[in-house]
Design a protein around this ligand. Sequence first.
Ligand code: AHG
Ligand code: MN
Ligand code: MN
Length: 336
Amino acid sequence: MRRITLMQYLIEQQRKQQWINSDLRLLVEVVSRACKAISIAIGKGALAGVLGGAGSENVQGEAQKKLDVISNEILLEANEWGGHLAAMASEEMDHPHQIPHRFPRGEFLLLFDPLDGSSNIDVNISVGTIFSVLRCPEGVAEPDEQAFLQPGTQQVCAGYAVYGPSTLLVLTLGHGVVCFTLDRETGSFVLTQEALQIPENTREFAINASNMRFWEAPVRRYIDELLAGKSGPRGQDFNMRWVASMVADVHRIMTRGGIFMYPRDTKDPTKAGKLRLMYEANPMAFIVEQAGGAATNGRQRILEIQPEGLHQRVAVILGSKNEVERVTRYHREMML
Ligand code: AHG
Ligand code: MN
Ligand code: MN
């Protein structure tokens, strides 16, 4: 089999399909290189003293891990000087990061969750990086928060890296989804899967059941029906998995199907969910839809939500199409 590296793949996309220009190609290459650096830092673990808390909090009031801060720095530094970006935004920064004036500016906005699932880092369970790319609105020289507040349908590219037994990079340029595996010996990401497709049906679900008492009625009904198994209304048994790293849970679904839910609940009524729209839900929804799956907040397609804040939270229901449609229908029938 011909070995196609990420760089070759991107050059071919630019040449044959003209789906991307040189700046977007550079952007994906730079992000992939940053993910490689993050993967190396994670791999060293206790040997490099990178585990544990950083002793600080991010804008969402969450305690930062050392690797949250390190991964954020790696992505910022890698992407600042290439001339492909107008600005960056991250889970770990209150406000957008401007490109220093000494560097040229490009047409794209990059958003990221530098380390997803960071509560898993100290117990050696898979974590990841999630990123989303938007175009900077015309005529905006110093993009503020407002410039980023575009619905997910406007994304030109999205991807995630999983730092698991292998390091993977999963990518969409809006024409299907491809997966690359990091060859640790050559340092290249090599194409290992094309045209990823999420099966429409599934018997596997992912939800943090410790929140059950806070769920809304449609979610309760749906999960009750799954738990009732063969003798219940679904007439079949379902299996459950919850890694607590969205990247790992989503990657399992990309591979063998499933439904992932972090629904809105009544635990903290001021929050619409736990996950963040701009750098978690939108890129994952884009990837999942490009693989034939679906993604809603129970009420509407995630990609069509008009964002109101950079760190806005949202309910997330994504994965195998028929199950996502069923939960969304339960919301429509029971919540209106
Ligand atoms: P992050 O580490 O970037 O803050 O994201 C954590 C998220 C997501 O990865 C995961 O699905 C979810 O939090 C797990 O939440 P619980 O700990 O409530 O299960
Ligand atoms: Mn996250
Ligand atoms: Mn994170």
